[in-house]
Design a protein around this ligand. Structure first.
Ligand code: 7TS
Length: 406
């Protein structure tokens, strides 16, 4: 993988911020977009913008082919059996909410359990809190180990025959922990539960095969994998999706509409009410082509190297606390002595370095870590070791600066 060549495809990276070359280390929040994605969206609007599934005219057919073609690309990309199992959503959040509101409300009652972990993003916590309140089900948490990993033993002890849904993040957006989803799925299934996997931070960075993982539902966002914002995917096993009711009603998703009763289209369209996210899906299709061309294995290898290098270099900074396990995905979350992470991010920004500071939409995890906020540097295929060197140097400067201020 030639990162220097790859970077040429990301025009945004070639700029100065605050007089310094941009070092973008916030891809876990959203990734940058390569030219083939920008051009695919641009071409759609310039050349064949039309609504889809409406039949006759040429542009409409072209748009429909591109939209449904993107669905097939997603199917192949995550190893699903059929395009009936691929539902386009606005993102991971919308996808998980769909499962909670449709599958959750229909299948949970008092005495049932929903099992999640302490390392979930808010979008894999709140939908379950809501559906627990609505149905009388109980929410339970799988505990974490000191290093931010999960032991299968603790999964075994938390999941019971009363558990109906297990919802886990594949890769933590804070700790970088890679969870043993396949083994957790096996435990869930043995207890008669379904498993929902939040793949927002795994899908952009590693080869996913939903059949091999044997997950029942799998959610991810296009914008974290070189695609546009506003598009994401819910994968669900056909047998489950077939029995589920839509949660949004209107155009596009219907078969027959009478005065008092209506019927729905078949899968996957019954879950895609209204004019769909056409440009977004086409852009996501182009992102998938791009990622496959680079190679997911290559990307994973590159990021692993970057993460290990960053851990090695950053852990030498005096007074730094790094959260999460050694074996991790491409991100490092940290705090620097008594310097508030927002101040860290502000000083880094003055150096042209973009990192995220805050609770990372994981307040229960922040509580578990006993902090209110952290800073996070996250990497993608276009990042380099030189950029990590710049980060380390800037962090040393930050520490120096604040030691004089206070
Ligand atoms: N799940 C995980 C693990 C995430 O990291 C995120 C977004 C989401 C779900 C929600 O995705 P969305 O596309 O629906 O918003 N995470 C982050 C982040 O870490 N910083 O900004 C957004």
């Amino acid at each position: 993988m030639d990162v220097k060549e790859l970077r040429k495809l990301f025009p945004i990276l070639d700029q100065e911020v605050n007089g310094k070359p941009l070092v973008y280390l916030d891809s876990a929040a959203t990734s940058q977009k390569p030219l083939p994605v920008i051009e695919a969206v641009n071409n759609y609007y310039r050349e064949y913008n039309s609504n889809v599934h409406r039949g006759v005219h040429t542009l409409g057919t072209k748009a429909t082919d591109a939209y449904e073609g993107a669905r097939e690309k997603v199917r192949r990309f995550i190893g699903a059996k059929s395009t009936e199992e691929i539902i386009f959503t606005r993102g991971t959040t919308t996808a998980i909410n769909l499962v909670a509101a449709s599958y959750g409300r229909a299948n949970l009652r008092e005495g049932d359990e929903i099992v999640i972990t302490y390392m979930e993003h808010h979008s894999n916590i709140i939908p379950w809190q809501q559906v627990a309140k609505q149905t009388g089900a109980t929410l339970k948490y799988i505990p974490l180990q000191e290093d931010g990993t999960i032991r299968l033993e603790d999964v075994e002890n938390t999941v019971t025959p009363n558990t109906k849904i297990v919802a886990v993040v594949h890769v933590s957006n804070v700790l970088g922990t890679i969870n043993p989803v396949k083994q957790i799925a096996e435990i869930a299934h043995r207890n008669g539960a379904v498993i929902v996997v939040d793949g927002a931070q795994s899908t952009p960075h590693m080869k996913i095969n939903v059949q091999e993982l044997d997950c029942d539902f799998f959610a991810f966002s296009g914008h974290k994998m070189c695609g546009p914002t506003g598009i994401g995917v819910l994968y669900g096993k056909k047998a489950l999706l077939e029995k589920m009711e839509p949660i949004e009603f209107g155009g596009e998703m219907i078969d027959f509409v009478g005065l008092y009763e209506s019927t729905w289209k078949e899968l996957p369209w019954k879950f895609e009410g209204g004019t769909p996210i056409i440009a977004g899906a086409i852009g996501l299709g182009a992102a998938i082509d791009f990622l496959e061309e680079v190679g997911l294995d290559q990307i994973a290898k590159h990021e692993h190297k970057l993460a290990q290098y960053a851990l090695e270099q950053m852990s030498q900074i005096e007074g730094i606390t790094i959260y999460g396990p050694k074996e991790r995905a491409g991100l490092v979350t940290f705090n620097l002595d008594d310097v508030h992470p927002h101040d860290v991010a502000t000083v880094l920004d003055a150096e042209g370095i973009a990192v995220r500071a805050g609770h990372h939409c994981a307040q229960p995890l922040m509580k578990w870590l006993n902090v209110t906020a952290t800073a996070r540097a996250s990497f993608y295929l276009y990042n380099t070791e030189e950029e990590i060197d710049k980060l380390v140097l800037a962090l040393k400067k930050t520490k120096e600066y604040f030691s004089h201020v206070f």
